[in-house]
Design a protein around this ligand. Structure first.
Ligand SMILES: Cc1cc2nc3c(=O)[nH]c(=O)nc-3n(C[C@H](O)[C@H](O)[C@H](O)COP(=O)(O)OP(=O)(O)OC[C@H]3O[C@@H](n4cnc5c(N)ncnc54)[C@H](O)[C@@H]3O)c2cc1C
Length: 403
């Protein structure tokens, strides 16, 4: 691009590229910390039945930013987690049930539709002082000078000290900086849906472990004329996904009810289901000159155990804290110290979550008796050994390594 910083149309401290859930939260977090922020990205919504379960720590972080009251009304608490083996394994483990009260919590977390959360964050972003929203994508970057430069789709040039790359799995910021990514496609797709059902969920999320991946029902809050609602994430083979994509809604509803063993009674789809190809993507280095990646731009894995956005929010919290520390010490917020500190703070958490989700997914996909036995023994131990149960529950909700 080679444009001098002086020719920029707008200069700011931080440019956040991407207006997904991680990007909007990052833009608000930096602005609330007193930085001059530009947030770039289209006002689009993903819909297609997607929700996010945010765990206790994420809710606490959103609360600390003053954002939770705007989201809370659309969210349902997860107080009980059930795991039911439906793999047809030779020695199936007994169903497991975890209660948030066992680890002193009111709820493990809260489930909310992606689009409702994005809309609430967009409203908050628009009224946050120090935050300018530009509903345009970044077309090009130049990280070679003493300020980062971003050329927007309409030709405008923004100069900043730090770029937050929250631009998703195909991150242009990451590619422009030459940071490699190692993608891996699983032979699975996720069917996602919002459902109305006959019986109450009792604030319980139920996960059936099937041979093609988990089938997970997660509570949603009631709506007028729909007192019982849940979201579904159902991992299945590519062939099964193709078959179900071609079915009538009523046939999909029947298949969902059958797989759920009718625990919530008859099911009604609130809208057409979504289908998402399942991938993992490892990004060995999440920073480079004046760039820090957060959210799916920095890590990607299948939706097992509600980890993706929760990890993304921990990225946001960490990079904002590093930048505040640098500013307080009179250092460059896009300089070496900040980027090295952020990379160090996030490496282990990201690595551990990616490995854990991948391991569980592969263990379900494996049709190999010794792996089944090991998985069954692990689940049985979780059911029987109190301290282990509590450790795993705490690690799932509030990982020690991420503190
Ligand atoms: C089926 C499913 C269920 C899930 N369930 C959960 C769950 O229960 N709990 C959980 O924690 N996580 C869950 N996840 C993961 C979670 O949804 C994602 O991790 C999270 O939404 C990613 O947010 P993000 O902002 O990082 O990325 P994205 O949502 O991908 O947003 C990226 C944004 O960047 C924009 N963009 C792209 N290029 C540019 C550019 N050049 N300039 C500007 N903007 C750009 C895009 O338009 C987009 O708005 C689930 C994922 C799936 C697929």
């Amino acid at each position: 691009m080679n444009s001098p910083t002086s020719s920029a149309d707008r200069s700011c401290d931080v440019l956040v590229a991407g207006t997904g859930l991680a990007g909007l939260t990052a833009a608000i977090a930096f602005a609330r910390a007193g930085f001059d922020v530009v947030s770039c990205g289209a006002d689009e919504r993903v819909a297609r039945g997607r929700t996010v379960a945010m765990l206790d720590r994420s809710v606490a972080y959103l609360e600390s930013l003053g954002l939770w009251p705007a989201i809370r009304g659309d969210a349902a608490p997860l107080r009980i987690l059930r795991i039911i083996d439906d793999t047809g394994a030779l020695l199936p483990p007994r169903p497991l049930e975890f209660h948030a009260s066992e680890i002193g919590l009111d709820a493990f977390g809260w489930n909310v539709e992606n689009d409702r959360m994005a809309s609430a964050l967009a409203v908050e972003a628009n009224r946050t002082p120090g935050l300018e929203r530009m509903s345009l994508a970044v077309a090009r970057y130049d990280f070679s000078g003493d300020r980062a430069l971003a050329r927007l789709d309409d030709g405008r040039l923004i100069a900043c000290a730090l770029v937050i790359g929250a631009d998703g799995r195909d991150s242009r910021a990451r590619r422009s900086a030459g940071l490699p990514a190692r993608p891996h496609r699983y032979p699975q797709r996720a069917l996602t849906a919002l459902l109305t059902h006959r019986l109450a969920h009792g604030d319980a999320s139920t996960e059936f472990h099937t041979r093609n991946g988990p089938f997970t029902l997660v509570p949603l809050p009631p709506r007028e004329a729909a007192p019982n609602r849940s979201s579904l994430v159902w991992l299945m083979s590519d062939d099964e996904a193709r078959r179900r994509e071609s079915l009538e809604g009523s046939a999909v509803e029947r298949e969902i009810e059958r797989q759920a063993r009718s625990i919530l009674g008859a099911m009604r789809l609130e809208g057409p289901p979504g289908f998402f190809a399942m991938s993992r993507q490892v990004v060995p280095k999440i920073t480079s000159e004046r760039l820090a990646l957060v959210g799916d731009a920095a890590h990607l894995f299948p939706p097992i155990g509600a980890q993706g956005l929760n990890l993304g929010l921990r990225d946001v919290k960490a990079i904002a804290a590093c930048a505040v520390d640098a500013r307080d010490e009179g250092l460059d917020i896009g300089g070496e110290t900040v980027l090295r500190g952020y990379e160090r703070a996030r490496r282990t958490d990201i690595f551990m979550r990616t490995a854990a989700v991948d391991g569980l997914n592969q263990a379900l996909l494996a049709r190999f008796a010794p792996i089944d036995l090991a998985r069954g023994a692990g689940l049985a131990a979780l059911g029987a050994i109190g301290p282990l149960r509590r450790l795993i529950m705490r690690e799932g909700v509030a990982p020690r390594l991420a503190r």
